[in-house]
Design a protein around this ligand. Sequence first.
Ligand code: SF4
Length: 318
Amino acid sequence: MMTATSITNHAPYNHYSHFLRERYAGKRVYKIIVDAGFTCPNRDGNKGFGGCAYCNVDSFTPETRKLPSLQRQIEESAARARKNYKAEKFIVYFQPNTNTYADADTLKRIYDEALSVLPEDTVGLSVGTRPDCLDTEKVQLLQSYCHQGFFVDVEMGMESIYNNTLQQINRQCSHEDFVNAIDLLNETPVEVCVHTIFGLPGENRKMMLKYIDEINRLAKIRYIKFHHLHIVSGSILGVKYQREPFPLFSLEEYTDLLCEMLPRLRPDVVIQRLFGISDPEVLIAPKWNLKKSQIQNYIEGEIRRRNIVQGSGFINIV
Ligand code: SF4
């Protein structure tokens, strides 16, 4: 387990890029986002219609997407990453929509295809999904890639730990579903990345701080993506917000929240992202009017200025 002391050697928190460099012996590893054309059960009526209230449904609808083949997506993205970032190794990352929303045979065909494009340089498989779209057969399939030598992680939306909130945002999935999905993965080498959203309507700071206790309790969680709530056009919350605006985080308020959360967070959890990013063309609010790197620098600057260290206040309650 990484300790708070080893964290301070690099950064005051367990940074994903440092983690990747250590895991892959200094090689530059890049995540290639691929879109296999999956849809989502919270849109096609299987679980619900309209999607989660914060999700921009239009941007993903299959009819409007003319997808290049997986091979072309991977080859083109890898070529750009080699040129721009000197990337050497790749993690194939199925990101848009629900990437386990098909039967296990179909999933195997799709994952196999993606992993065979750059066999020498592909080191991992990352799959974004909903907690209610995993079962034993799919978990076994994911596990089979670990046995082939790939690092595999499932990126799952927890979003909130409160069922009231999950209902209000039309998630069509409970916190118990999330915990059950983690249980399915518990005895496997498949890793878990949790996706959270802070600032959902009806939640105060004290409630949000409790997310960290829950993440600490679920020892299977290896990675985290922190997001602040974004209101985007094409979403249910976008319509509601434009009718009646409600409070959203300023950069200063959000940074302050992160600075209170980080010391409480288990020191071994690797942070993949500290804040949300949306296409400026669809972002309605909050508009911080800064580039991604400026936001990152501001938050990291505050973390350092306040001497915040991930896990320094973590209490292991077994
Ligand atoms: S956020 Fe994910 S689960 Fe919710 S509607 Fe969008 S794609 Fe589906």
